[in-house]
Design a binder for this molecule. Structure first.
Ligand code: NAD
Length: 504
């Protein structure tokens, strides 16, 4: 990060809280009832954001604005090239404001500043990628239906999309959804997680400055059971794009079904990294450590369980523990920290409860397991849990913290069976230098992404999403904008009619 007075540690801590209001129909508004909410830094304890807090009535106004903007245009009927130009302008504006965005993300989420900056830059890339899809989105034609028939399949924007996002990657996850919905010609109402709303509101400023017509994107900050539910249940919302926990996702999908909305669900994971004895040992150790401590383990994609072949499990676990001791978890504004704060008090308590349950079930906390006392923040030590069996909760449930469960296996069949034994199916990794071993495991694991000799890489071009309780649908990739469309069939008859009955 370029160092200026405002980007030094002292400058960042002294900056006033970011203040934001609701974006409805192109205007910044207070909540109708005047309510506000405050966000405190989970790493430092002071107030870093003050936002208008929407009620269900505000959410309904936002839907009405999105509906009118969709039905009356011009967004949905604009040329793809015009939409693409606006998406590119937003991408450029994100890059221009990246330091400010990264600082707010760091302060609200608790993640290291350098990591936040990389996420903002990665998000700008997603806006650029979506711009290419805006120009390439097209339907299909059938010229093979006989001399008197021609079929054309149109891709129509689905309409108003409600976008509900979590707190772990607030800007990145929003950027996995919104630009693709906009590329397709949809309008949107966005509800960020109430604890990390700042960067979503900052994006609203950039959208208006880039020339997005009023009402195309509306942003309502507020609580899930109030604002989220109002959006999920609203009959004028055509599609729900949700990222969050499996429990809330299931409830939201059930409510969305009442009005038969299309749903796209990116939910939880309990992702295994499978380490075979013939792997590149050091690379796999590094990936095991990175996979669990990156973002303090608060990733849907965290490699929260490693399955290690029995012949190397002791040596591998010892190496992981040794490397974990060197991981620095602490103030996200300090240079050289690998991971920062636990983002919410609820999450912090939940991780500690998971650790207590693991001990109770007979597992061993081989490293860490305790809070770190650092300033006013919520921090938990890098933690490795051994003696774990596949039936234990710590092997099956999402802990969403810096807690690695170590399991062992004998054969490929064994490893695949354990990998597939949870309800989730978001991602997995396979580590072996043998092609057949990698492919035989990768093809049988039921998960949306399988990394082979790597972990947690992402590219705009590659689809992302989960099997089973990890979700429904895929984001990113060349079909990402299509997900926000309906198909419409035009069937044309050429020449004289072939009569059902012949007129006399
Ligand atoms: P969460 O489910 O608590 O909240 C997600 C969003 O839903 C928030 O905006 C919240 O306010 C809203 N919400 C809460 N109650 C609601 C309701 N009744 N109706 C509608 N909306 C409601 O999740 P979280 O704690 O913010 O995020 C962590 C979870 O997200 C983890 O389980 C993680 O695995 C998952 N996640 C998944 C992916 C993925 O792509 N698969 C990515 C990131 C996070």
């Amino acid at each position: 990060m370029t160092v200026t007075a405002s980007t030094t540690r002292a400058g960042i801590l002294a900056r006033p809280p970011y203040r934001g209001r609701l974006l409805i129909d192109g205007r910044w508004l207070d909540a109708a009832d005047g309510a506000t909410l405050e966000r405190r830094s989970p790493a430092h304890g002071h107030v870093v954001g003050v936002y208008a807090q929407a009620s269900a009535a505000d959410a309904q106004n936002a839907v009405a604005a999105a509906r009118a903007a969709f039905d009356q245009g011009p967004w949905a009927s604009m040329k793809g090239s015009q939409r693409a130009a606006i998406l590119r302008a937003v991408a450029d504006a994100i890059l221009e404001r990246k330091h400010d965005l990264a600082i707010q993300e760091c302060l609200e989420n608790g993640k290291p500043l350098g990591q936040a900056l990389a996420e903002i830059e990665g998000s700008a890339d997603l806006w650029h990628y979506a711009a290419t899809l805006a120009r390439n989105l097209h339907g299909d034609s059938y010229n093979n239906l006989g001399a008197d028939s021609l079929g054309v399949v149109l891709r129509d924007p689905i309409g108003v999309v409600a976008i509900i996002t979590p707190w772990n990657f607030p800007f990145l996850i929003l950027s996995q959804k919104l630009p693709f919905a906009l590329a397709a010609g949809c309008t949107a109402v966005v509800k960020p997680a109430e604890v990390t709303s700042g960067t979503t509101l900052m994006l609203g400023e950039l959208l208006l400055a880039a020339g997005l017509p009023a009402g195309v994107v509306n942003i309502v900050v507020g609580l899930g059971p109030v604002v989220g539910e109002a959006l999920v249940s609203h009959p004028d919302v055509d599609m729900l794009s949700f990222t969050g926990s499996t429990a809330i996702g299931k409830q939201a999908a059930a409510k969305a079904a009442v009005t038969l909305k299309k749903v796209s669900m990116e939910l939880g994971g309990k992702n295994p990294q499978i380490i075979f004895a013939d792997c590149d040992f050091d690379a796999a150790v590094d990936a095991a450590v990175y996979g669990i401590y990156f973002n303090t383990g608060q990733c849907c994609n965290s490699g929260s369980r490693i399955l290690v072949q029995a012949s190397i499990v002791e040596r591998f676990t010892a190496a992981v523990i040794e490397r974990s001791r060197q991981v620095r978890i602490g103030d996200p504004l300090d240079d050289g920290v690998h991971a920062g704060a636990i983002t919410t008090e609820k999450q912090y308590q939940g991780i500690l409860a998971h650790l207590a349950a693991a001990r109770e079930a007979g597992a061993t906390i081989a490293l860490g397991g305790s809070p770190i006392a650092a300033g006013h923040g919520q921090f938990i030590e890098p933690t490795v849990v051994t003696g774990v069996t596949p039936d234990m909760a710590v092997a099956r449930e999402e802990v969403f913290g810096p807690v690695l469960a170590v399991l062992s296996f004998e054969s490929v069949d064994d490893a695949v069976a354990i990998a597939n034994s949870t309800l989730y199916g978001l991602s997995a990794a396979v580590w072996s230098q043998d092609f057949t071993t990698c492919m035989s495991a990768a093809r049988r694991i039921r998960a949306g992404t399988i990394w082979i000799n790597t972990f947690l890489e992402g590219h705009a071009e590659l689809p992302f999403g989960g099997y089973r309780h990890s979700g429904i649908g895929r984001e990113l990739g060349r079909f990402a904008a299509e997900d926000y469309t309906e198909t419409k069939t035009l069937q044309m008859h050429l020449g004289p009619r072939t009569y059902w009955w012949l007129p006399r």
